[in-house]
Design a protein around this ligand. Structure first.
Ligand code: 5AD
Ligand code: SF4
Length: 461
């Protein structure tokens, strides 16, 4: 491929399929930006792609199995195109690439390149090499990946919409005993403050109104400031709040032990910081929390929630739960249900424990049978659904500021988000897209609210 960004050769096309978390969504965009600087344009169709990238997730067993079956489909698709068709390279990136790179190379001969998350800045040269021989790069390089990744062009950012992700932190040092992240994403690294601010300014300049700061352990952020000082997430939010045009800040995902006073105070003091917090506890049982190596108790979590609610009483809480961790008894599971009831979540995600190779949990002897996991998951999800429906119905009659983000499902509709991250559908003109308007919530649906725009003097939040 051409090393000259201004080459007149016809653009090559890259198709990227993204699995997993929001950080993968962000990474896919940055990979597209890196390839874009080398003459690639992104395509939404695999049919005419010169390069197909699967940006994969390894968090649970099913996630990585999906990758192998998708690779089989892509290989068949490529083979069916026949010998006359243009060459299509197949690449695997993301966390499965990192964790199972060698296995992918052995099990899937159709794959031309495997690139781990820390090497995305090398992607253009790795793709060039893959044209002649299969390539694998799953190193943790010394250099700062972010400093070497090109910024997106302004028109590309504009095309991506009014909300954007911004990775500020990557990796994890916590080593929860169920989790692959410390192995796939490596040790905790925070991007320097100046780098984060300049990316955020460029986003705001291209019309982005809301950013979500990302990190596997985002509230452990400790970026280097301009004067050599260490800056925490609360202080970073203050700096971001000064950027003109940037109306909303969110962050995800957090660990209870890193929720410091400064960040809690930012929820009280910064109107731009949205009243929504994803703060997983995983289990309500102290014995299971200990076995998970979470390093806090259920009581400490509840006490933390009290302090957060004292700072921002209307905050909507979200969490993650794992059922069927090794050794989980009926009483342990009951403790999880109890904590869900005590906290009251606006939304939450729950999963059956899935053994991940290389994690301490996989070595534990008292694994819980699948049938029991399934039963517990159903009960827990029932409770979570009741709570989130209760939270949503509690919003009916309130007037909330809604960021109008895009055209709605039906003609004459627009869709946006409330401060609490609820999707809101409104009958309104498309020229309102980009504005934050007071919307009276009229009704709740299964996964969204409906509302109507009212005058500004009725804003409740
Ligand atoms: N099994 C099931 N769920 C898991 N998660 C992480 N690892 C596992 C696993 N091995 C869940 C946790 C985490 C979320 C991103 O995925 O709840 O917070
Ligand atoms: Fe999946 Fe974790 Fe990798 Fe995100 S960081 S893609 S959740 S394994």
């Amino acid at each position: 491929m051409s090393e000259n960004p201004s080459s007149p050769a016809p653009a090559k096309k890259v198709f990227i399929k993204t699995y997993g978390c929001q950080m993968n969504v962000y990474d896919s965009d940055r990979m597209a930006d890196a390839l874009g600087a080398h003459g690639y344009v992104q395509t939404a169709e695999m049919d005419d792609a010169d390069l197909v990238l699967l940006n994969t997730c390894h968090i649970r067993e099913k996630a990585s199995e999906k990758v192998f079956s998708e690779l089989g489909r892509i290989r068949d698709f490529r083979d069916e195109r026949g010998p006359g068709a243009k060459k299509m390279l197949i690449g695997v990136t993301g966390c499965v690439a990192q964790a199972e790179g060698e296995e992918i190379m052995a099990r899937a001969p159709a794959v031309d390149l495997v690139v781990g998350p820390q090497s995305y800045h090398r992607l253009p040269s790795l793709v060039a090499k893959a044209r002649t021989a299969r390539v694998i790069d799953t190193e943790f390089p010394e250099e700062d990946k972010f400093a070497h990744l090109p910024a997106p062009k302004r028109d590309v950012t504009i095309s991506r919409g009014l909300t954007a992700f911004l990775t500020v932190q990557e990796g994890c040092d916590k080593f929860c005993s169920f989790c692959v992240v410390p192995y796939t994403r490596g040790a905790e690294v925070s991007r320097p403050v100046a780098q984060v601010l300049s990316e955020a300014r460029a986003l705001a300049d291209a019309g982005v109104r809301e950013i979500t700061l990302l990190g596997q352990n985002v509230n452990a952020y400790h970026g280097l400031g301009d004067n050599g000082e260490t800056v925490g997430l609360g202080a970073l939010c203050h700096r971001l709040a000064e950027i003109e045009g940037l109306a909303r800040i969110r962050y995800t995902t957090s660990h209870p032990r890193d929720m410091d006073d400064e960040l809690i105070a930012a929820h009280r003091d910064l109107p731009q910081l949205m009243p929504y917090l994803h703060l997983p506890i995983q289990s309500g049982s102290d014995a299971i929390l200990k076995a998970m190596n979470r390093k806090h108790t259920a009581a400490q979590y509840l006490e933390l929630i009290d302090r957060i609610r004292a700072a921002r009483p209307d905050i909507a809480l979200s969490g993650d739960f794992i059922v069927g961790f090794p050794g989980e008894t009926d009483a342990d599971f009951q403790a999880t249900l109890d904590i869900v009831k005590k906290v009251g979540y606006a939304s939450a995600f729950s999963f059956k424990y899935s053994t991940r190779p290389g994690t301490p949990g996989a070595e534990m002897v008292d694994q819980v049978p699948e049938a029991i996991k399934a039963e517990r998951l159903e009960v827990l999800q029932g409770e979570i659904t009741r709570q989130s429906q209760g939270f949503n119905s509690g919003c009916v009659g309130l007037t909330l500021p809604v960021l109008i983000e895009k055209p709605g499902r039906n003609p004459g509709q627009v869709a946006g988000r409330s401060p609490y991250l609820q999707a809101v559908h409104i009958e309104a003109d498309q020229n309102l897209i980009g504005q934050i308007l007071p919307v009276e919530i009229l009704a709740t649906g299964k996964n969204s609210l409906t509302g109507r725009i009212v005058t500004a003097d009725r804003i409740a939040v």
